[in-house]
Ligand binder design. Structure first.
Ligand SMILES: [Zn+2]
Ligand SMILES: [Zn+2]
Length: 304
């Protein structure tokens, strides 16, 4: 594993890299992140061809923020650690507690009153689904089998799971330490990134972090390298409009994949999930060129 989570009591034997002092891992300030994401989605919706969908997602993110406030995960409710060779919250293997299902049911209740008839039918079906079926669907979704769940339900199940995982990520007592290459997946939960973010402020301006699609953690990766196969010699940057665009796609000719890059150093209001979603036309362009997306977006599930 490329970035390891070192428990607090062992940190002394894993000093920060003295050369760079780069923090390998950043965990999210969730209330702030959800607010920023919802605000950004609404701003991007102005004059956008998919404005209705961006407003819908903003509503889901608002509901995540309200549920977090109303029923936060109790402190110290982390499940037992997995073995040391796994990310500590490995999505597919970690035993889940019933909390995430209560989060899902609350999210459904929050969203139901303002839902369109189509979304309302999906929410009603979820509300009527028994716990065992929800667990099976969550397991399938975490294993990448969207078809077993259906993309319409997957958005809500993933949103609840993400709220659970992101709070657990914030409870880990320890810090990330860099440990060589291999950084395609989140060092906390093993999930795929949504996109890269070039940081514009704090102690990390100009550095690139990958943003986790499940637990919202961010992990460091140097720039101008393929985040999927780590080759450097056939990287091309794509944008829809001007060359200085603050959202680009980074494609790799070795593995024929691409991942978006969101340049917060050019515009501090950019937010990874929102700007990735709003630049869906760039995905279409890259797919036309034969590249496939290496990242995952919780709001772009397709049951292919
Ligand atoms: Zn993660
Ligand atoms: Zn590659």
């Amino acid at each position: 594993m490329a970035i390891r989570i070192i428990p607090e009591d062992q940190l002394a034997s894993w000093p920060l890299d003295a050369v760079s002092a780069i923090r390998p891992l950043l965990t999210a300030d969730l209330p702030r992140l959800y607010q920023q994401r919802a605000d950004r989605l609404r701003r991007l919706a102005a004059d956008h061809p998919f404005a209705d969908y961006l407003h819908f997602v903003a509503g889901v993110v608002d509901a995540q923020r309200r549920v977090l406030q109303a029923m936060p995960l109790e402190a110290e409710s982390l499940p037992p650690a997995l073995d040391a060779n796994q990310p500590p919250l490995a999505a597919v293997r970690l035993p889940r507690i019933a909390y995430w299902r209560r989060v899902l049911r609350r999210l459904v209740g929050e969203l139901r009153p303002s839902a369109s008839p189509t979304v309302g039918r999906v929410l009603d079906a979820l509300a009527a689904t028994d716990d065992d079926s929800l667990e099976r669907q969550a397991q399938a979704l975490l294993a990448g089998d969207v078809a077993a769940v259906g993309s319409d339900r997957a958005v809500f199940i993933w949103t609840a799971l993400s709220l659970y995982w992101a709070q657990m990520a914030g409870q880990i007592r320890g810090q990330g330490r860099a440990d060589g290459g291999q950084r395609q997946c989140c060092p906390v939960c093993g999930s795929a990134p949504v996109a890269s973010v070039i940081k514009g402020s704090g102690n990390v301006p100009g550095l690139r972090y990958l943003h986790c699609s499940l637990c919202e953690s961010e992990w460091h990766m140097v720039r101008a390298i393929c985040s999927n196969c780590e080759q450097t010699d056939d990287i091309v940057y794509w944008s829809l409009d001007e060359q200085e665009s603050a959202v680009k796609a980074e494609s790799c000719g070795h593995c024929d994949s691409y991942l978006k890059i969101v340049f917060q150093d050019r515009d501090a209001l950019l937010e990874c999930v929102a700007d990735d979603l709003a630049s869906i036309m760039l995905d279409a362009r890259l797919e036309e060129q034969g590249f496939s997306r290496s990242g995952a977006s919780p709001f772009l599930f397709t049951a292919g």
